[in-house]
Design a protein around this ligand. Structure first.
Ligand SMILES: [Zn+2]
Length: 234
């Protein structure tokens, strides 16, 4: 039969663990939230970049149309000039200019067709991707809302967890509570109060001395593992 004080401390320990879990979960929420928000920002930036790239192609295409129009006007001007020139070499020079400009127009038209195909393809993939990304963003925003609810619930349950922990501590003898707090401060994680079973401490899993092994079942004073220094009982 363990020390009644140890039995009470085990309840304290259980409630400490409950409180720690709530606090750890609560502490993780801001990171989870900022990870989701960061992801949404990146997704929105991707949509923006893709939309910008598409717009640039459309601008290029409209500039191309203007350029072609200007060159067609130039050809019309050259033809008018041809009617007015008297010398053969002047006439030939204009013919040469007309041919050159026609070639330029043909190159521009070719690029225009390429651009049209590119715009078609890009806009189709863009719409597909945009729909997918927007659906993901909706999902991520839902997750952020759920995180907010979880945070509220955890904050609400923390006060109750603290209150029941306080109650549990209030019925333990002072010297046991202060040893418990000391061990808790030293240890990285529970258990702070551990059973000795088959000569081993259940906290560090190491073999304790004969002295600790035989004194662990004795009630009335706290005992400690000579390996990890936690409180022990048997
Ligand atoms: Zn130990």
């Amino acid at each position: 039969m363990p020390d009644p004080q140890i039995e009470k401390l085990l309840i304290v320990q259980d409630r400490d663990v409950v409180l720690q879990k709530i606090e750890q979960e609560l502490a993780r929420i801001p990171q989870e939230r900022s990870a989701l928000e960061g992801h949404i920002t990146a997704e929105e930036a991707n949509i923006e970049a893709a939309s910008h790239a598409l717009k640039e192609k459309e601008v290029e295409r409209s500039e191309l149309d203007t350029e072609i129009k200007t060159k067609e006007e130039a050809i019309a001007r050259f033809r008018t000039q041809q009617l007015e020139v008297k010398k053969n070499d002047e006439y030939r020079a204009l013919t040469h200019q007309i041919e050159q400009t026609e070639q330029e127009i043909s190159d521009l038209e070719e690029r225009g067709i390429e651009l049209l195909i590119e715009i078609d393809e890009t806009s189709e993939t863009f719409q597909d991707e945009k729909t997918k990304i927007e659906a993901r963003i909706v999902e991520e925003r839902k997750q952020i809302a759920l995180l907010g609810e979880r945070e509220e619930n955890l904050i609400a349950s923390i006060d109750e967890a603290k209150a029941v922990l306080k109650d549990a501590r209030s019925v333990v003898e002072e010297q046991y509570v202060s040893h418990y707090d000391r061990v808790k401060k030293l240890s990285k994680r529970p258990p702070y109060v551990a059973r000795i079973e088959a000569h081993k401490c259940e906290s560090c899993h190491l073999r304790v001395s004969n002295e600790v092994n035989s004194s662990a079942p004795v009630a009335g004073e706290p005992h400690f593992c000579d390996q990890c220094a936690c409180m022990v009982y048997a």
